[in-house]
Design a protein around this ligand. Structure first.
Ligand code: GUN
Length: 238
């Protein structure tokens, strides 16, 4: 969140944030959202996830109180639906950044085997939709998947977002694969990815580090989505 505020200001945006505490009521959050929905000087709104435990079950309904035209995370059901249908408005920032990283390798995504480890609404699900849109063949693995290593070994493109530090080892990766590590785990005070970077980098063709890989891209995409939201609000794009 600190980085989001800092980068907003560097981009020349004015940013406001309101800290909630662990005992915040649902209405405190939705009240703030509604106030910003109705404020013409605000172009984009996001609620940082995960919500505290007692509000976790309300995540979807809280996302749906954000004006879909200001929903820069793309988590409102209308925006999630538009993405699933193949006519996206706001694309969730992390998967959008991952697609840009994959494209930056110069390798054509079309027809590649893409394996996504994790099925969250924030990363895994939209990532699968975006890679499918790019004509990759998709496999999604999750906590109940058997023999994950056998599946990830077939991946030309491997996107990992399960929140288990150093889960992906060298023997689970195909020679030359593009490996995108979305994991941000704090281990002994140190940020650690879901991929064992030190050993996997010897086998992968391309790999993102943690920190300094997907995280900064997510924030860059948030800036782009916010600028797009501004263009929507002002009627410059439809
Ligand atoms: N928590 C982890 N990733 C994200 C994100 O992209 N947006 C929000 N709002 N919360 C998150």
């Amino acid at each position: 969140v600190r980085s989001k505020i800092k980068r907003s200001e560097e981009a020349g945006f004015t940013s406001y944030h309101r800290d909630m505490d662990n005992s915040s009521a649902r209405e405190q959050i939705t009240g703030q959202i509604k106030e910003w929905n109705n404020d013409n000087s605000i172009d984009g709104i996001l609620v940082q996830l995960p919500l505290p435990e007692h509000l976790r079950k309300d995540t979807a309904s809280i996302m749906d109180t954000i004006d879909p035209a200001k929903d820069v995370d793309g988590f409102h059901s209308e925006n999630a639906g538009l993405l699933a249908r193949g006519t996206p408005r706001f694309i969730p920032c992390t998967p959008r950044g991952c697609i840009k990283l994959i494209k930056s390798t110069g390798i054509d995504i079309k027809g590649k085997n893409a394996v996504i480890v994790g099925r969250s609404n924030i990363v895994g699900k939209p990532m699968a939709l975006l890679l499918m849109q790019e004509n990759a063949t998709i496999t999604i693995c999750h906590s109940k998947t058997k023999n994950i290593g056998e599946i990830t070994k077939n991946a030309d493109i491997l996107v990992v977002a399960i929140g288990k530090p150093l889960f992906i080892k060298q023997d689970m990766v195909k020679e030359g694969a593009i490996v995108i590590d979305v994991g941000i785990n704090r281990v002994d005070g140190k940020l650690t990815g879901d991929v064992d970077f030190k050993e996997v980098k010897e086998k992968a063709g391309f790999i993102t580090p943690v920190p300094g890989g997907v995280g900064p891209m997510t924030i860059a995409m948030l800036m782009e989505n916010t600028y797009m939201a501004y263009l929507y609000q002002k009627g410059f794009i439809k």
